[in-house]
Design a protein around this ligand. Structure first.
Ligand SMILES: Nc1nc2c(ncn2[C@@H]2O[C@H](COP(=O)(O)OP(=O)(O)OP(=O)(O)O)[C@@H](O)[C@H]2O)c(=O)[nH]1
Length: 395
């Protein structure tokens, strides 16, 4: 038969399991994990003290147990705030927890009422659960959506549960209640009180795992130096765009962008400045291309831009606009790296039934022609051969 003592032991075991799961996460890499861990350690201590009611002195099984339990929910909340990069509203938490603990003391020694002690503690727990619910954002990266909505919903349900628990014991404030009583309502409210922590920790673990996976996926798809998408991501997007263009009989343009005399920049100013030039190139390109265009670092100082749904003329104009935006000499400024640089661009338009490898090869030939033609220019490939000078820039 289920009774409160069994529930206490099950919840203690659950907190132990949560602690083990949290230990598998790197606290240095995931913000909030150390707070969640400490909360579960404290929960185990508090639950064991609650279970010792009648055996241990009241000071331990009531005052100390409740004080620690107030600390656990506070730490869980602190973990969520830190995980989201937010500061902690210390004053409301301090006032709330001190108020709840004062209630425990008052309704133990001044006006003894087990029910009102439960109400004092429940009001604080309810407030913190609603604060967690309000803190977690609704719109997040799709990869984080499920863990966030699970945790928000759990926090909201627990906030309601605690509020109900507080109100229930407020109404029957002076009825003799024993916390470890097996009465049905008592058990339900007891479960709400004790299972809140494992439920919120489960949400926290799911959020932390999703964050680690999302960060890993981001790192695999983005270049460490410039933050631009990688060659691998570029080819994935290119395959999708090629299929889409074929299906809708739409047009697809490709630009290969290569920094001019980059070796000279490295040799003259050092690799650090070369790196800054690459970052600057990525930043400026991001500001010039349209939202629908896709830009990636293909390797070294070479970049690719996919121009979906773009006709030839518009693609030429986009390439020329990009070349000019990257030519710091043309508007009399230098890059943030402190050195002027230019780029050459090879452009090709997808032809009927053409593979992406062939499109790349034609854009590459056009880029080669742009370099051979004096650099700082755009050359467009035409069918199997490139057309020089159609949109050439200044040499
Ligand atoms: N600083 C820095 N340099 C890089 C990076 N990746 C590649 N490079 C350098 O880029 C230079 C490319 O040199 P080249 O292929 O000779 O081309 P280039 O000097 O730009 O000459 P053109 O392309 O013909 O105008 C090499 O010196 C590489 O070491 C990087 O991430 N950072």
């Amino acid at each position: 038969m289920l009774n409160a003592s069994t529930l206490l032991l099950v919840t203690t075991a659950l907190s132990g399991v949560m602690l083990l799961v949290l230990s598998s996460l790197d606290a240095d890499k995931v913000d909030g994990v150390s707070e969640w861990r400490r909360a579960n350690v404290l929960a185990i201590v508090a639950l064991l003290l609650f279970a010792g009611r009648g055996v241990l002195p009241d000071l331990l099984s009531i005052e100390l147990a409740n004080a620690i339990f107030l600390g656990t929910i506070t730490l869980i909340y602190a973990g969520f705030r830190r995980h989201l990069g937010l500061g902690l509203p210390r004053l409301p938490l301090l006032l709330g927890s001190v108020g709840a603990f004062a209630g425990v003391l008052f309704f133990h020694y001044a006006l003894p009422s087990q029910g009102l002690r439960v109400t004092s503690v429940s009001v604080y727990h309810s407030g913190v659960c609603f604060a967690i619910w309000a803190t977690l954002p609704r719109s997040v990266d799709p990869r984080l959506r499920y863990p966030y909505s699970f945790t928000r919903n759990a926090a909201f349900a627990l906030g309601l549960g605690h509020a109900w628990r507080g109100a229930f014991y407020l109404v029957d404030a002076f009825m003799p209640v024993t916390l470890l009583d097996a009465a049905t309502w008592n058990l339900v409210f007891f479960a709400i009180g004790t299972l809140a922590l494992p439920a919120l920790t489960l949400g926290a673990v799911m959020m932390a795992n999703a964050r680690v996976l999302a960060d890993t996926a981001w790192a695999a798809e983005h270049d460490h130096l410039t933050g631009a998408p990688t060659r691998r991501a570029f080819f994935d997007v290119a395959a999708r765009e090629l299929a889409r263009a074929e299906r809708s009989k739409g047009s697809l343009g490709l630009l290969l962008v290569d920094a001019d005399h980059f070796k000279r920049i490295n040799d003259t100013y050092g690799h650090g400045v070369g790196d800054q030039v690459l970052r600057n190139l990525v930043e400026r390109t991001g500001a010039v291309i349209r939202k629908n265009d896709y830009f990636a670092r293909l390797g070294g100082e070479e970049f690719g831009v996919l121009l979906p749904d773009t006709g030839r003329e518009a693609a030429v104009a986009a390439a020329e606009r990009l070349r000019m935006a990257l030519d710091s000499r043309s508007h009399g400024t230098t890059s943030q790296a402190g050195v002027a640089y230019t780029v050459s661009i090879g452009m090709a338009m997808l032809e009927d039934g053409e593979s992406f490898a062939s499109l790349m090869a034609r854009a590459d030939q056009a880029l080669y022609a742009a370099k051979a033609g004096g650099r700082n220019r755009v050359v467009c490939a035409e069918g199997g051969t490139e057309q020089q000078g159609e949109a050439s820039g200044h040499a």
